[in-house]
Design a protein around this ligand. Structure first.
Ligand code: GLN
Length: 544
């Protein structure tokens, strides 16, 4: 019998329940007891990864150290667990089918008919098992993306059912569902949740715990918990409240109050009391609650609006990294979304003059970005702390070339392929990939080392000569322009160890308090309990 334990977390009633945060918080409270948890996100679409999905539809693409372009939930897991995950922590329908079909072509099945059951379900089960073994985990928590009852998801629910059949002692099913409070009734209704559990039952799965998600700060009352327990076939104690919290980092404590991790471990025949250390989480929550002074940070870019809503999920890691750094100074982050086109329409000062700092995050091939250039110029000229992330670094190099070095037609070939001054141009090996239409998973991805120049802002921030950060780009600073930008005062403070890629640019401290652009994505490595050094240095300057 396998020693490894498995937990499957499914969702129902609506999407966007925060299942990822639920999984991350449960995993964190289990790890606080000395167990090793490997979380896995399962996305039920045919894409191999999240790399070429439209971020407006799917949210942020989170990049792992080993260069996988994953769903943003992997970011939640990393932030809550304080550890780096890998490509094995992410599975999609596309990956599963591709492996099975590739094997079929290689005569692996020896002439047998290859079928969804058992071949596809076996592949799913094997991937989950090998994740646990590869990462020497005690428990694997697999988050089933989407909702129960969607036709395309059924194969994964079937695999989850078979798992329990194979290891009845070692597998738990947890179902998270929405509890609406319709405004005209003013009362919490449990029927949609009951029906969601019924859909799960139809797939042969009986939940061990039912988690109610809802939009208020209170616990589910006794009456409704009893009702949920009765109709969902669980005990009163197995109904868990997951209310809206003012910060997601309170969820671990909310689960602790209900002894959730303890109950889960008990059901898995693991001792819940091996050791319990919730101190880092309690300290974090105290720090967040004590955070008083407001720090206003503007995020200037595109991609923000879908209809009349701001889609903050596209930059979730940037937002979280800013929060982590602000809290470390007991500051309260106030994030302003500044749309490039609004800047063009209404003028840059209107949006930027009251800010403590400005961030330009990553982006791809967008047009109508003149507003972003204006924001960068405003930050540079008015000495407002500036942090450019990836595209934000590239655009700051162009802004400097145009407005300081006199290269007024400087541009990136991503937007203007015919520019005579390609300050940013495509990396040589990337060119061929695009010509061959090799788009998926082919950017410069994942962790790469970068050497820092002594005496610079970033060297002080990191306190190190060599750092490792995660990347996701096809274009780079064109070294032909290095000398001229340097002549006008730009410092190239970070370069790749392999080759000559400019990784960081900054302005001298006597010219500007903090003007830094990085070709990588430091936001992916910031954790609430360990804020990122570069974001800390930036927020430190914002506070002055
Ligand atoms: N579009 C730019 C590139 O591909 C920047 C990418 C990014 O911001 N992640 O190089």
């Amino acid at each position: 019998m396998s020693k490894l334990k498995y937990i499957f977390v499914s969702g129902g009633v609506i999407s966007g329940l925060g299942k990822g945060v639920t999984v991350a918080a449960l995993a964190a409270t289990i790890e606080a007891r000395g167990y090793r948890v490997s979380p896995m996100k399962i996305d039920m679409y045919l894409n191999i990864d999240a790399g070429i999905l439209n971020p407006k539809e799917h949210g942020e693409v989170f990049v792992t150290d080993d260069g996988m372009e994953t769903d943003q939930d992997i970011g939640n897991y990393e932030r809550f667990l304080g550890k780096s995950l890998s490509r094995s922590n992410y599975m999609t329908t596309g990956q599963v089918y591709k492996s099975v079909i590739d094997r079929e072509r290689a005569f692996y099945y020896g002439g047998k008919t290859v079928e969804v059951i058992p071949h596809v379900t076996d592949e799913i089960i094997n991937r989950i098992k090998s994740l646990g073994e590869e990462q020497a985990a005690d428990i694997v928590i697999a988050e089933l993306g989407g909702s129960v009852g969607e036709y395309q998801n059924d194969i994964f629910f079937e695999a989850a059912r078979l798992f329990k059949l194979e290891y009845p002692e070692n597998v738990l099913h947890i179902h998270v569902a929405y509890l609406p409070v319709p405004a005209h009734l003013g009362e919490m209704k449990t029927k949609p949740l009951q029906q969601s559990v019924r859909l799960l039952n139809e797939r042969g799965i009986r939940p061990d715990f039912v988690i109610g998600r809802y939009d208020s700060g209170f616990a589910i009352d006794e009456q409704r918990r009893k009702k949920i327990a009765l109709y969902c076939n669980v005990t009163f104690e197995e109904v868990i409240s997951n209310p809206n919290a003012d910060t997601i980092y309170k969820i671990p404590s909310i689960f602790e109050e209900q002894r959730f991790a303890e109950k889960v471990l008990y059901k898995l025949n693991l001792s819940p009391f091996k050791s319990v250390n919730m101190k880092p989480w309690n300290d974090l929550v105290n720090r967040i609650e004590q955070s008083g002074k407001n720090i206003k940070i503007g995020l200037a870019g595109k991609y923000f609006k879908v209809g009349s809503y701001v889609l903050s999920d596209v930059y979730i890691s940037v937002i979280e990294a800013l929060k982590h750094a602000c809290w470390s100074y007991e500051g309260n982050p106030e994030i302003e979304w500044i749309d490039s086109e609004d800047i063009e329409k209404y003028g840059v000062a209107k949006y930027l003059k009251d800010l403590n700092g400005i961030v330009v995050p990553g982006g791809f091939g967008e047009t109508k970005i003149d507003g972003i250039y204006e924001a960068i110029r405003y930050a540079r000229e008015n000495k407002i702390p500036y942090l450019g992330l990836c595209y934000g670094m590239q655009l700051s190099a162009i802004e400097f070339a145009r407005n300081v070095c006199g290269l007024s037609d400087g541009d990136t070939t991503e937007i203007n392929p015919l520019t005579i001054n390609p300050i940013i141009h495509i990396m040589p090996e990337q060119d061929k990939k695009l010509l061959n239409k090799e788009y998926g998973g082919t950017m410069r991805l994942g962790k790469w080392n970068c050497l820092l120049k002594e005496g610079t802002l970033v060297h002080k921030a990191y306190g190190s000569d060599c750092i490792s950060e995660r990347h996701r780009h096809r274009y780079e600073f064109n070294n032909t322009y290095r000398e001229i930008l340097e002549k006008y005062g730009m410092i190239f403070s970070g370069t790749s160890t392999h080759g000559n890629i400019i990784e960081i640019l900054e302005l001298p401290e006597d010219k500007h308090p903090f003007f830094v652009g990085v070709q990588f994505h430091p936001e992916f490595k910031s954790r609430p309990i360990a804020p990122h050094p570069l974001f800390k240095a930036f927020i430190g300057k914002c506070l002055q």
